[in-house]
Design a protein around this ligand. Structure first.
Ligand code: SAM
Length: 227
């Protein structure tokens, strides 16, 4: 349920040391070293489910902080445990991934600053078939405004689904939005992340087992002259 979970009032209040302790080893005051800028989260997996994408991405981008956002409490707890277990059995690895329980449709700007993210993922989101429920879809023109705000120019948004109607919907929202442009086919083919979309997550594996088709829309955050 959506009952109770803490939400940072602003990105400055989002305590990353809890999520990535190896990257935030605490107060180094007095050791004479110049304080480096703290790292920021760069990738967000929205509706991450059981976390398969994060686990697949972690070794590909070992110095990039990534977060999964998940609404279900038990699923979030499972992903936390999964990451802690991976860290314990693979020392020095999986320190760059974490998960937060939140409602991404309400609170994205509480977690990320303007132009912070370089990749956002929306893998197999809930379809919300009925017309009156389309406003609950995680891709909409209004939400794309928010995603564009937190994404860096040049950043990439990845979507995939096995529901053709939802695939058409996500693509058409992205095509209509002035701040996104379709990634050219050659770039899609060359991008190592793309293969993970249809193989790494629990939902993608279920679809593959059942021989289902998938539909992706992969777009780049672009700038407008006025920006
Ligand atoms: N991306 C995962 C995968 O491919 O295996 C999970 C796909 S699952 C069909 C959709 C997930 O989105 C569910 O785990 C659900 O709890 C989560 N979700 C739905 N609405 C959400 C919201 N507003 N904020 C965060 N997560 C949400």
């Amino acid at each position: 349920s959506d009952s109770h979970f803490p939400v940072p009032v602003s990105p400055d209040e989002f305590d990353l040391s809890q999520h990535y302790p190896r990257y935030f080893p605490g107060d180094k005051a007095g050791d004479g070293e110049e304080a480096a800028l703290p790292p920021r989260i760069r990738f967000a997996d929205v509706g991450c489910g059981f976390g398969g994408l994060l686990v697949g991405l972690s070794p590909l981008f070992p110095d990039t902080l990534m977060i999964g956002m998940e609404l279900r409490d038990k699923v979030t707890e499972y992903v936390k445990e999964r990451i802690l277990a991976l860290r314990a059995s693979n020392p020095g690895q999986y320190d760059n991934i974490s998960v937060v329980r939140t409602n991404s449709m309400k609170y994205i700007p509480n977690y990320f600053r303007k132009a912070q993210l370089t990749k956002m993922f929306f893998l197999f989101p809930d379809p919300h078939f009925k017309e009156k429920n389309h406003r609950r879809r995680v891709i909409s023109m209004q939400l794309l405004d928010e995603y564009a705000y937190v994404m860096e120019v040049g950043g990439i948004i990845y979507t995939i689904t096995d529901v053709e109607e939802l695939g058409d919907w996500m693509r058409s929202c992205l095509e209509k939005h002035p701040l996104f442009e379709a990634l050219p086919e050659e770039e899609i083919k060359a991008d190592p992340v793309v293969k993970l979309l249809s193989t790494a997550t629990e939902e993608s594996q279920k679809v593959a087992r059942n021989g289902g088709q998938t539909f992706h829309a992969i777009f780049r955050r672009i700038s407008l002259q006025e920006e």
